[in-house]
Design a protein around this ligand. Structure first.
Ligand SMILES: [Zn+2]
Length: 107
């Protein structure tokens, strides 16, 4: 399981110069600290800007602290392949499926 831990307005984020989520390089905006992976041995240990931190904060606040998130793009049109070939490969949206679990977010 992937755990996303976000610490808002973290002192250690002052050294970060880039937001890991949106990529802004405005160091003044990078106020939060994100760690992704197993607690204690994160795979990602990065800075996050105030705006992206607020979004993550709001999502967890609204939907709960123990989340499994699946992000996918909606498929708006069927491709010709899917219409005409029986047993075609799974469509693109399924391949792009990203799974992120948010289990422990501390403020
Ligand atoms: Zn950002």
């Amino acid at each position: 399981m992937t755990v996303v831990r976000l610490q808002r307005h973290a002192p250690e984020a002052y050294n970060a110069t880039k937001c890991a989520v949106c990529g802004t390089t405005d160091a003044k905006q990078v106020t939060d600290h994100i760690q992704v992976g197993q607690p204690g041995t994160p795979i990602h240990d990065e800075g996050v800007c105030e705006k992206c931190g607020a979004v993550i904060d709001h999502v967890v606040d609204k939907y709960g602290r123990d989340l499994t998130m699946m992000v996918e793009d909606a498929q708006h049109e069927a491709s010709e392949k899917e219409i005409t070939i029986p047993g075609a490969q799974p469509h693109k949206a399924a391949r792009d499926l990203n799974t992120v679990s948010v289990a422990t977010l501390s403020m």
